[in-house]
Design a protein around this ligand. Structure first.
Ligand code: PLP
Length: 367
């Protein structure tokens, strides 16, 4: 038996933001500060499954104080972008990958799985409706935030019997002000992000809540971002804040592009996955490996590690310029964005903005 497709009820806003105000926002969107005219909502209830799919005006939600999410945090999310294409059309980047990861996150948090087609259709509808909100300058995009949370009222501890899936959209400029300016990172030897058997692989809200104190510590140490180490030995590099890490061994065309292997405690990034392919397309060898803090430091000291960068949807690729920990601090390469980092960044952005050929079928046209 195939599940019937969910029909969306389309309720466009009678009061979209006037074009002049929208254009003023798009001229300097920042990140996650402004939202488009519409949102998608789909309900799930025990016994009935997914239903009541709507595209409707963006508006606040009303919530009971005993909503289970507020107490027990069954809450997951995704992040992907829609880019303006050279012909004026709009396309999202690998939305089915986000849909599948959303299903895996749901499974881990004992939440229902939204069908991949419904996830993609929800995004297509929202971007189609709010296409005027997709900026067209340089690296700008429309950031899409699908999410789902428990929507049942009660304080009993168990998986909720009701959920709400939503998609909202926010025009985005550069994520880190200053573009490709290298960041300084703090190695977190005290706090951990994820432990074996925990929720590190799931894109759940709670992982972020638990990370903020470490991020604040990094800031106190004069660093921009925190780098997570494994929970058991506090030795193996996992990721940086909400981004995956890459290490460039050697230089030039022969450089090998390495990234920490997915051990179950890392978030499997779609940018990470895509860059393994892009690096190969550019003629590099790639490897998924274990890298320790000592390897990192020694590699920078003897010059064998030439560049390090972080990657994720929001900021694409950000060079790492310097590392600090309780015991040591060092500079990565020259401390400036490296040539391999910049080349990978340029190629990925060129594919996303339609300036380079999409040889892997990653772009998903809307309308
Ligand atoms: C979302 C996320 C990433 C990056 O994933 P992308 O799919 O590339 O955006 C990396 N680490 C964490 C912790 C994340 O939440």
């Amino acid at each position: 038996m195939t599940t019937p497709r969910i029909a969306f009820d389309l309720k466009p806003s009678a009061h979209p933001l006037p074009a002049a105000e929208r254009e003023a926002i798009l001229a300097n969107p920042g990140f996650g500060r402004h939202f488009t005219d519409h949102m998608v909502t789909i309900r799930w209830t025990e016994g009935r499954g997914w239903h009541d799919a709507q595209l409707r005006p963006y508006a606040p939600l009303e919530m009971d104080p005993a909503n289970m999410t507020l107490h027990y945090a069954q809450s997951i999310f995704e992040g992907l972008k829609a880019y303006r294409q050279p012909d004026g059309g709009v396309a999202t980047f690998r939305p089915e990958e986000n849909a599948r990861r959303f299903q895996r996150s749901a499974r881990r948090m004992a939440m229902p799985e939204l069908p991949v087609e419904t996830f993609v259709e929800a995004i297509d509808l929202l971007v189609g409706q709010d296409r005027a909100w997709v900026p067209g300058e340089g690296e700008q995009s429309l950031y899409l935030r699908p999410f789902m949370f428990a929507n049942e009222v009660g304080l009993g501890v168990r998986p909720a019997g009701e959920y709400l899936f939503m998609v909202i959209a926010s025009p985005a400029g550069a994520y880190f002000a200053g573009g490709v300016k290298p960041v300084t990172v703090w190695l977190s030897e005290e706090y951990v992000r994820a432990a074996p058997g925990g929720t590190g692989e799931a894109k759940c809200a709670g992982n972020y809540a638990a990370s903020l104190v470490a991020q604040a510590e990094a800031a106190r140490q004069g660093c921009d971002q925190v780098v997570w180490l494994d929970a058991v030995e506090r030795r193996w590099i996992e990721e940086m804040g909400g981004m995956n890490l890459y290490f460039v061994r050697g230089t030039g065309p022969d450089a090998v592009i390495e990234t920490p292997e997915l051990t179950g405690t890392l978030l499997p990034g779609i940018t990470r996955l895509s860059l393994l392919q892009v690096a190969e397309d550019l003629g590099h060898r790639t490897a998924e490996v274990r890298i320790s803090t000592d390897d990192w430091r020694a590699g920078n000291a003897d010059g064998s590690l030439s560049e390090v960068f972080a990657c994720g949807t929001a900021a694409v690729i950000t060079p790492v310029g310097a590392v600090k920990s309780r015991r040591a601090s060092w500079t990565v390469g020259s401390g400036e964005p490296g040539p391999v980092t910049l080349r990978l960044r340029e190629r990925l952005l060129a594919i996303q903005t339609g300036r380079a050929e999409d040889t892997h079928g990653w772009m998903h046209r809307i309308g």
